[in-house]
Design a protein around this ligand. Structure first.
Ligand SMILES: [Zn+2]
Length: 486
């Protein structure tokens, strides 16, 4: 039974989908005014793991992640510059081009980290009409009001305000800066539509003013549009956005649809560096591309899944080097098993020494417990240790080897660790290698015997071009095919 820690109730709850066999999931995406940093990598890998484990468990997942390309103002405020426009002015490029180029950058990183593409990637600039319509309906239902060309959500009208982040409106009011903003009825009211000043680049016509949407409204509108105007299953995001962003999403959506926005809220924790939070606006963010270049995308992914998504993840040299080592350990093991399979004599003997029901249950138990990836990985490390031990006793059977490989393939559908796996072929056991390759290897063997080393080298290069490495052994040649595991 899958249990998910629900931020809405602050406890682990059994996961019950609204529609049997199906899951609707919405994740708040990045604001695309710069390259992704490690905090983004952590967040979106964590959500990818949740999605992939739901799929592993047999659910069909409709996964939505937005790209914020307008409306997110500097310091998450409601006045001042738009983050994307600020960058556009600095680089003297059209804001939409800025957004497009960083979306592309983001997608490159996601692909490198083996994050499965979303079902849809909505963008607010493509949703202006629907946002205006949504805001209009909130005004008609008396949850929002127009003031001097801007539109605000009336927090007083929504009695559940603060339920996700646990903030109480009276405490918020006491702590609120006394804003000199005559447009709002209550200092806690937040903007749905903002009247643009003349310097603003991205602005649209609306019934209230030429302006642009507030940051929060996009997620309510796009989730309603793509997951339906009713409760959906899972809402993901970074916990630093629980307030005000997610809280305001809840207020807008629930005011409109009259029921819960989402049943489960899964929020990832931050990445720490040198003892403090990593963030673009904090100026201490490590660029994701640079980290990938330094450690490799798969080691970064392994570093992320080696920690639970609700724990703070520390960015420093030691855990990343450890991830590199662990990755090597896993890939060496899988390659070793693969080689043993290709060299073994297949037999009808189906005896086994390793109990895979146990390993499957352990993996599932770990992941069912709020996606506990560090525990799930330890199940696999245990299998590695047990296998090597049994090998020294010569007890690993052909069936065990095949079971190890299929257990790994199945669990790695969730973990998503991409690495190179060598498939080996020998002269005796060339089953599976393309005939053309075998021929080239045999020709090379002949050239070598005739001491025509130039020709032999030539043929080795040809094999390499086709993705095969050739090794000479006492029993003749051995071919190693390098294939990407996905
Ligand atoms: Zn959002």
């Amino acid at each position: 039974m899958l249990k998910i820690y629900n931020k809405l109730t602050n406890q682990k709850e059994e996961f019950i989908p609204i529609n049997p066999g199906k899951v609707g999931m919405y994740v708040c995406g990045p604001t695309v005014y710069d390259h992704c940093h490690l905090g983004h990598g952590r967040g979106y890998v964590s959500m990818d793991i949740i999605r992939k484990y739901l799929e592993y468990s047999g659910y069909e997942v409709r996964y939505i992640m937005n790209y914020t390309d307008v409306g997110h103002l500097v310091n998450d405020a409601e006045e001042g510059e738009d983050k994307i426009e600020k960058k556009a002015k600095k680089e003297k490029i059209d804001p939409i081009e800025i957004a497009n180029s960083y979306i592309q950058s983001c997608e490159e990183d996601f692909e490198a980290l083996n994050i499965k593409p979303a079902t849809f990637y909505p963008r607010p600039t493509k949703y202006i009409d629907k946002m205006i319509d949504f805001i209009q309906r909130l005004i008609e239902k008396d949850f929002a009001y127009q003031s001097n060309g801007s539109v605000y959500f009336s927090v007083d009208k929504f009695s559940d305000y603060g339920k996700l982040s646990g903030r109480k409106t009276d405490e918020l009011l006491a702590g609120a800066r006394i804003e000199i903003d005559g447009d709002k009825k209550n200092p806690l009211d937040f903007a749905l539509w903002i009247k643009a000043d003349e310097n603003h680049i991205l602005k649209w016509n609306s019934p209230w003013s030429i302006g642009y949407p507030g940051w929060h409204i996009e997620c309510s509108v796009m989730s309603c549009d793509l997951l339906g105007e009713n409760t959906f299953d899972i809402h993901g995001g970074g916990n630093e956005n629980a307030f005000p962003h997610n809280e305001n999403e809840i207020a807008q959506s629930e005011a409109l649809i009259g029921e819960r926005m989402a049943n489960y809220w899964t929020l990832w924790n931050m990445v720490n560096t040198g003892g403090s939070k990593m963030g673009k606006s904090l100026g201490n963010a490590t660029n994701l591309k640079e980290a990938i270049k330094k450690y490799g995308a798969t080691a970064i992914r392994l570093w992320i899944v080696s920690s639970h998504y609700r724990s703070i993840l520390d960015y420093s040299e030691a855990p990343l080097l450890q991830a590199e080592k662990n990755l090597e350990k896993i890939s060496k093991f899988i390659n070793h098993i693969q080689t043993k399979i290709s060299e073994a004599n297949p037999s009808d003997d189906d005896s086994t020494s390793i109990d895979f029901d146990y390993y499957n249950e352990q993996f599932k138990a770990a992941m069912d417990d709020d996606f506990n990836t560090p525990l799930a990985l330890s199940v696999f490390y245990d299998l590695i240790t047990q296998t090597y031990k049994l090998e020294t006793e010569d007890k690993v059977t052909f069936t065990d080897l095949k079971n190890i490989l299929s257990f790994w393939k199945r669990t790695n559908e969730v973990l998503g660790l991409n690495f190179i796996v060598a498939e080996t072929f020998t002269l005796k056991k060339s089953i599976g290698a393309p005939e053309e390759i075998i021929q080239l290897a045999q020709d090379r063997e002949t050239a070598r015997r005739n001491k025509d080393f130039k020709e032999a080298d030539n043929l080795r290069d040809k094999l390499r071009e086709k993705g095969f490495e050739v090794e000479d052994t006492s029993e003749g040649f051995k071919l190693i095919k390098l294939v990407s595991r996905d």
